[in-house]
Design a binder for this molecule. Sequence first.
Ligand code: ADP
Ligand code: MG
Length: 150
Amino acid sequence: MSPLFIMKDCISTSNKQETWDLAQEVLVNLGKVNVILLSGNLGAGKTTLAQGLLKHLNAKGPFMSPTFVIMKKYPVDDQFKAVYHIDCYRIEEDDVLNLGWEEIINNKNNLILVEWPERIKKIWPQNYLHIDFKVMGKNQREIKISKNKQ
Ligand code: ADP
Ligand code: MG
């Protein structure tokens, strides 16, 4: 994380494009982290930010919300080789482990995006970026980013 990024404890976006722009900034500042946990209520912007990340990584769309498929894999070919977008809304730790979680997160060529990460708290990796969305108004979102390193 660049110092500037850390200092911006709380970011505010007022439309989808600004959240996509933030996704670009997140990508540039990922460092060695390859797991991004996306928290916030329904409609807060988790999938929107994930779509921004996929777009910036030149993944091939359509970028669906993974709510019904649970996990979607997108091949990419630059900063990472693949992006895994996982939605834990309807699943729990065991289900995610059965998807091959350990192997997926241990491969540094993979970027893993997790919506509803609170549901799988027991298997959070040691290093991750946590992005928390709060709805402040119709288009206004307050976004907190923190990096965990144990
Ligand atoms: P979640 O995945 O958290 O349930 P989505 O990203 O699917 O939420 O939906 C967010 C909705 O809010 C989208 O319809 C998006 O266009 C809209 N929206 C409005 N303003 C913003 C903003 N500043 N950031 C992200 N999404 C926004
Ligand atoms: Mg979503």
